[in-house]
Structure formats: C-alpha cells, structure tokens
Design a protein around this ligand. Structure first.
Ligand SMILES: *[C@@H]1O[C@H](CO)[C@@H](O)[C@H](O)[C@H]1NC(C)=O
Ligand SMILES: *[C@@H]1O[C@H](CO)[C@@H](O)[C@H](O)[C@H]1NC(C)=O
Ligand SMILES: *[C@@H]1O[C@H](CO)[C@@H](O)[C@H](O)[C@H]1NC(C)=O
Ligand SMILES: *[C@@H]1O[C@H](CO)[C@@H](O)[C@H](O)[C@H]1NC(C)=O
Length: 509
C-alpha cells in the first residue's frame, strides 16, 4: 500500500471509507485465498481495489459461481443514482421495498412502490435488473449526494477481468458527470503503480493488430470491410466460446471503418482471436493460437471472415446483430412503469412486457407474412407463452408465410435461425406441415439466460443452420411454423436475432 501524504486528501479518503459500511467478498473461502487489496495514491481522491485469486495446488476443485464486491452507502446521503446517460434518477430507499410500502410483482426483485417515502415515486416499479449493462458499457456508475457535492463512483478502467466477453450483462454502467476521472483512469490503464507481480505493467504486455474483412459473395462480389466489428482475444476454444468463458482474461476492441483493429495491453498467455460482425451471422475464429509474450507486437495482416451461407437470400427477418432490439417492443402497462427507462433505447427494460403478448394475440398466435409484414411492428421481441386463463400458459406457434414461385425440388435450402436468447425453451420448426408427428427440426431444451424476467434484449447467441430439401416447399404459398413448446412459466422464452431462408447454391465458381 502506498502512503497518503496530503492531509486534505486523507480527510476525503476517510469519508470514502466511512461510506463503505459493508465491504463483502462473497467467496468460497475454502478453495481460494483472496485478500482484498487497496491502493491509496497521493493526490487521487479515490481508492483502488483489487483482488488476487489464488488456488493452491492442494486445494480441491471448486465452482466459483459469483464474485461480488458490495458497497452499502448511507441512504440519507445518497439518493440519486446514475447508471448511464439515460438511466439516472432519484431512487427509492430500501425501506420503500418492504411489504408496507410496496407490492411484490411476478418475482421478488420487482416491486410496485405503493407508499414510498418520496411520494413522487408512488406507482413506479423498481427492479435492480432494469439497471444492468453490458460489460463493454460497464465503466462507471454511482451515486450523487444532495449536499456536500459528494459522489460515490465505481470506475472500471478495463473489463479484461470480467467473464463472458463484451456483451455479458451485469448490474451496473457508466455516466456523464464524472466522465473526466473516468477518462483519466482509462488513459492510465494498465496502471503503473501496482507492486504485485501478478499484475503486468504496460511494457510487460503485448499487442495484436490486423484488419478484418468479410466475404459473402451472395451480397457483393468484393470483400467487405468489417466495420465496428467486435474483435477479441480469449482463452483457446471453439468459435464463440468466449461467451461462456470464465477462467481467462479477455481483451476486446472494435474495428474502425475499414476493419482495422489493434488489441493493446494484452497479458502474456495463449489465446484465440475471435470476432463477430454487425450485419452478418455466425462467429469468427482465427485458426491459429496466439501466444502473447511481454512486449511483443503481432501483426496478423488481413483476415477474412466467411459467415455461414449456403445460397441466395429468399427472405429475411430482422438484423443479424445478436439482439432482438429491432423487433416490436410494446409499450409497458401504465401501472407498471419505471420512469428511469422511458428512453427509446431502454424501452425493453420495462417491467411486464412479456404479458403484453397475450394482449396483442389473445386468440391466435403471431403470423408474419413476408412482403407485407414489418418486423419492427409485427414480430414480437420475445417468443413467450400465451396466457390460457387460471394462471396457466400455453405454448405458442408463430407462422412465417411466404411465397415461392421457383422451387428446385432437388435443391438444398437452408433456414438460418439465429437466436439472441433462450430460457428453458425449445423451438420446433416445421415446413408446411404443422401437425407432423416429429418436428422437422428442434433446438431441444436450450438456455438459462432468464432474459425476459431480467429485462434484457439478448442473452447467449446461438445459430442453427437448418438444411431443408427442396421437395419440402410448394410452388406458391409456404408456411414455416416455429413452436416454442415450453410454457411452465411465463419466462420460458426465446428471443430471435435474425431468420433467413436461403435458396440452393447458385454461384458459378
Ligand atoms: C505512470 O503513468 C502516468 C500516466 O498514466 C505517467 O504520468 C507517469 O509518468 C508514469 N510513471 C512511471 C514511473 O512510469
Ligand atoms: C491451441 O491451444 C489449444 C489449447 O491450449 C490446444 O488444444 C490446441 O492444440 C492448440 N492448437 C494449435 C494449432 O496449436
Ligand atoms: C417498418 O416499421 C417501422 C416502425 O413503424 C418504420 O419506421 C419503417 O419505416 C417500416 N419499414 C417499412 C419497410 O415499411
Ligand atoms: C379454472 O379453474 C376452475 C376451478 O378449478 C375450473 O372449474 C375451470 O374449468 C378452469 N378453467 C379453465 C379455462 O381451465
């Protein structure tokens, strides 16, 4: 620990520490040693915290389900929370969530404030999951006090230590008011004042540069530059494995307008290079292991991603972007609003949207007609069960109707079904035959993302490339049936990312 020399800063630090009435590390202590570490620096009105997780060789294997640091602030001081530019406001107090002041909704995290201490919050929903953010955006969040111009901010200058890659969601985010200290901390990453040998400084880290291009000759003949693509290094594994990877460090960046990327400050180790590109399905992985050594700079040159594609697009629904954000997101029920998430980009975070499916489709399920329907209005953002009275749900079958004039009986067609999230769900797919004894295709039971109840718009990405022989199609009207067979509870659901029907290969080499 470094010394504090300046007394005025010491005073401020004491205040910070007093605010941390509770600092708890929820850890399975039997399997690892994790003394929390603090660094105090002259002239810096904050406290740096880190932990070293060490599993000694003679310790048994263990699952580390979750690691959390929790700060409990004095509620009379801190009332205003800021999580992002759009998600910020005066918050209810914890007592407002008790049984006298609120009503528990479909799960214990969500309450309706019926008699809050601050009357202006009456009638609002409160649920901590409405304030979550993706790892990549989770850089700054905190609280502002009314008096003393005091704030409490958690700044995360790098998310290399977080599990699951850039899109994994957790309970926090970033905001405007303290953007200056945020940028300073990001600029000075990796910190040069730590003394632990487990934390490599800048000169002990490596760099990987390259350019990513996309080849999809059914779209254009030329190679395309992968603009704003996510490119990252994570532990070796299959393409896309970074989504569920929790043991190694991950280093992500986004390409520029012409596909260039530079991944800096990578800790020494062995990695694979992964990517995904907005507008294209699938996962890229470079078929080389990349070994980073202290101080090295690896130039990969031009890399080409061939996204899955077997033939020309006959029709498509949505945008391949790993979320359901472009689909129809209904207005929330008036009685279940949380005014913190009224911004258009946060609309999906409102409480109770899943129930609205049964309002829009009280009798029959969703039917989407290619050519006349519009996915932003006619494709519900989540494939949820429908209410069937008496607190029961029934499975739902969505139909996609489309016209094919030219059917190649012997051709090989492909349905690209990209799923943005799944929770205890199963999607069965039928082509023109809704009552087949066995489904033509099933995803089988998939997912624990719990994305509907957690007010997310995506969970883990899954892509199914379903081969369909031409004789399954008719000249004229055709229907694809998507049945979500699980309906034990209202949150058994999938979110689609994008669906495309491809005709038989028509490229001449
Ligand atoms: C540490 O980094 C800061 C900027 O982030 C720089 O001003 C300072 O000179 C560095 N110190 C050393 C010892 O390299
Ligand atoms: C890459 O690393 C993985 C895991 O360490 C290993 O199983 C695999 O054989 C390596 N591949 C190559 C091409 O070296
Ligand atoms: C689809 O609906 C959205 C939202 O109403 C609208 O902005 C868009 O222009 C529509 N697209 C087409 C092709 O009509
Ligand atoms: C609802 O439950 C009641 C009482 O168990 C039963 O009489 C009624 O038939 C049920 N209605 C439906 C639609 O299942």
């Amino acid at each position: 620990m470094e010394k504090v020399a300046n007394s005025s800063h010491r005073r401020r630090l004491v205040l910070w520490v007093m605010m941390m009435i509770e600092l708890s590390l929820f850890l399975p202590v039997f399997c690892a040693q994790i003394p929390p570490r603090f660094i105090v620096r002259r002239g810096v009105p904050g406290l740096y915290m880190y932990g070293i997780f060490e599993r000694k060789e003679d310790f048994p294997d263990a699952n580390m389900y979750q690691i959390r640091i929790a700060f409990k602030l004095k509620e009379d001081k801190f009332r205003f929370m800021a999580v992002s530019d759009t998600i910020q406001r005066i918050m209810p107090r914890s007592e407002d969530r008790n049984e006298y002041r609120s009503q528990t909704l479909a799960f214990k995290e969500a309450v309706l404030l019926t008699n809050p201490s601050n009357p202006s919050l009456k009638g609002e929903v409160d649920d901590k999951y409405q304030y979550s953010a993706e790892n990549k955006d989770n850089k700054l969040h905190g609280w502002i006090s009314d008096d003393d111009a005091v704030g409490f901010w958690i700044i995360t200058p790098s998310d290399e230590f977080r599990t699951g890659g850039p899109h994994k969601q957790d309970l926090t985010s970033h905001v405007g008011p303290t953007a200056l200290s945020l940028s300073e901390e990001i600029e000075s990453w990796p910190y040069n004042f730590t003394r632990s040998e487990d934390f490599p400084h800048s000169e002990q880290r490596g760099q990987v540069n390259g350019q990513l291009l996309v080849r999809d000759r059914y779209m254009v003949k030329e190679l395309m530059q992968a603009k704003s693509a996510f490119v990252g290094l994570a532990a070796p594994g299959d393409a896309g494995s970074w989504q569920t990877e929790g043991k190694g460090y991950q280093f992500w960046t986004q390409t520029d307008n012409i596909g260039h990327f530079s991944i800096k400050n990578v800790r020494p180790g062995e990695y694979n290079l992964y990517a995904w590109v907005h507008g294209f399905i699938g996962n890229y992985k470079l078929s080389l292991n990349i070994t980073i050594q202290p101080g090295n700079k690896i130039e990969l040159g031009t890399l080409i991603y061939d996204p899955p594609r077997n033939g020309p697009t006959l029709w498509e629904i949505g945008v391949p972007d790993r979320t359901a954000a472009e689909f129809f997101i209904p207005e929330p029920y008036e009685q279940f609003m949380n005014s913190i998430t009224t911004d258009d980009t946060d609309k999906f975070r409102q409480y109770g949207l899943w129930e609205r499916y049964s309002d829009f489709y009280p009798e029959g399920d969703l039917v989407y007609t290619v050519g006349t329907s519009n996915y932003s209005r006619d494709w519900f953002f989540a494939h949820v069960p429908r209410k069937a009275g008496n607190n029961t749900n029934r499975p739902t079958t969505w139909q996609i109707k489309y016209n094919l004039q030219d059917v190649k009986e012997n051709g090989a067609y492909t349905l690209q079904l990209a799923v943005a999230a799944a929770s205890f769900a199963e999607v069965q797919v039928e082509f023109n035959n809704p009552i087949a004894r066995r489904p033509y295709f099933t995803t089988k039971r998939i997912g624990y993302d719990n994305v509907v109840a957690r007010h997310g718009i995506h969970g883990l990405y899954r892509l199914y490339s379903i081969n369909v022989p031409g004789y399954r199609f008719c000249k004229g009207e055709n229907t694809i049936y998507l049945t979500q067979t699980r309906s034990v509870n209202s949150f058994d659901a999938v979110m689609y990312d994008y669906i495309r029907l491809e005709g038989p290969n028509s490229l001449v080499n």
